[in-house]
Design a binder for this molecule. Structure first.
Ligand code: DAK
Length: 261
C-alpha cells in the first residue's frame, strides 16, 4: 500500500513497524492520517503472518502531538462527528487486532496522541516522552476516548487531574502511575520494541491473540462472566495444533514450532 503520511515496514519476521510521518506538524492526526492508519491496520489484520505491531512517530520530538488543530478548527459539527467516529473506530481496531500493538512513544503524546498510545496494548516510552490531555486549553474535551481509557489505566483521580488541568506527565511519572510499562533512553526505544516483539513472536500466536482478547474484554465484565470467558477460550485453545505442539515440545525438551492454528 502507498501512504503519504505513514511508513509501514516489516523489521523482522512477524514484527511490523508503523510510523506516523508528519514531523513538520509533530505527527498530528489529520483526517488523512486517520484514514491511512485505518487502511494500514486493515491490511495488517488481514495478514496472518503479523505477530506484533510497533507504532511510533517520525522525528525525535513527537510521537503524536494530538489531533490536527488546523483541520479541526475548520470542521463543522457534523464533520467533527465523522472525524471522531473514524478515529474511535481506528482505536477500537487496534484493540481488536489479533496481535499485540505496542506504542513506542518518542516525545509528545498529547490529546489524540495520548489516546492513540492508550489504545495500544502497552506503551514503551523514551525518557523524553510526555503524556497529556490538553484539550481543555482549546476549549474542547478529549474526543478519541481519553476520558474513558485514561481512568481505566491510571485510576479516576489522576485521570481527572490530567484531563481537567491539561497537565502533561513526563515519562518517569507516567511509569509510576501505570500509564507506561517501560522507560528507556530515546536511542534504545526501537531496540526495546524489537526485544518485546521477538518475545511475543516466539509464542503461540493463537494463544497470544486470545490472551489479548481476554484482558481487553474481561475487565469490563463482572468476575463470574469474565472467568467463564477465560474457561471457554481455554477450551478453544485445546483444539489447536499449537497447543499439542507446545505441550509436546515441553515434554520432549525442545523449542516449540508454532504454526498459528
Ligand atoms: N495540530 C496541528 N499542528 C500541530 C499540532 C497539532 N496538534 N501540534 C503541533 N503542531 C504544529 C505547529 O503548529 C507547528 O507548525 P508550524 O507553525 O511550524 O507550521 C509545528 O507543529 C511545531 O510545533 P511548535 O512550533 O508548536 O513546537 P514547540 O516545540 O514550540 O511546541 C508542543 C510543541 C507540542 C508543546 C506544541 O506544538 C503544542 O502545544 N501543540 C498542541 C498540543 C495539543 O494541544 N494537542 C491536543 C490537540 S487536541 C474531537 C474532540 C477532541 C479531539 C478530537 C476530536 N471530536 C469530538 C471530533 C481532540 C483533539 C486533540 O488532540
Amino acid at each position: 500500500m502507498q501512504f503519504e503520511t505513514l511508513l509501514l515496514e516489516q523489521k523482522e519476521p512477524g514484527i511490523h513497524l508503523l510510523t506516523i510521518n508528519r514531523p513538520q506538524a509533530l505527527n498530528a492526526l489529520s483526517p488523512q492520517v486517520i484514514a491511512e492508519l485505518t487502511g494500514a491496520l486493515a491490511a495488517l489484520r488481514a495478514d496472518p503472518g503479523v505477530r506484533v505491531l510497533l507504532v511510533t512517530g517520525a522525528g525525535e520530538k513527537s510521537f503524536v502531538a494530538g489531533a490536527d488543530i488546523a483541520a479541526m478548527s475548520a470542521m463543522s459539527p457534523l464533520e467533527a462527528r465523522a472525524f471522531a467516529l473514524a478515529a474511535l473506530g481506528l482505536l477500537r481496531g487496534f484493540e481488536a487486532a489479533p496481535f499485540p500493538v505496542i506504542a513506542l512513544v518518542n516525545g509528545y503524546a498529547l490529546g489524540g496522541g495520548c489516546e492513540l498510545a492508550m489504545a495500544c496494548d502497552w506503551i514503551v516510552a523514551a525518557e523524553s516522552a510526555q503524556f497529556g490531555q490538553p484539550e481543555v486549553n482549546l476549549g474542547i474535551c478529549p474526543g478519541f476516548g481519553g476520558t474513558q481509557r485514561l481512568p481505566r489505566l491510571v485510576g479516576r483521580a489522576m485521570a481527572m487531574e490530567m484531563c481537567v488541568t491539561g497537565r502533561a506527565v513526563k515519562a518517569p511519572e507516567a511509569l509510576r502511575i501505570g500509564l507506561v510499562n517501560h522507560v528507556v533512553p530515546a536511542a534504545g526505544l526501537l531496540d526495546k520494541g524489537l526485544e518485546l516483539g521477538r518475545a511475543i513472536a516466539a509464542k503461540g500466536p493463537v494463544a497470544v491473540g486470545i490472551v489479548k482478547h481476554l484482558i481487553q474484554h474481561g475487565q469490563d465484565l463482572d468476575l463470574e462472566n469474565a472467568l467463564r470467558l477465560e474457561a471457554d477460550n481455554f477450551a478453544v485453545l485445546c483444539a489447536t495444533a499449537d497447543k499439542r505442539e507446545g505441550m509436546a515440545a515441553f515434554l520432549e525438551k525442545r523449542k516449540p514450532a508454532f504454526i498459528g492454528c
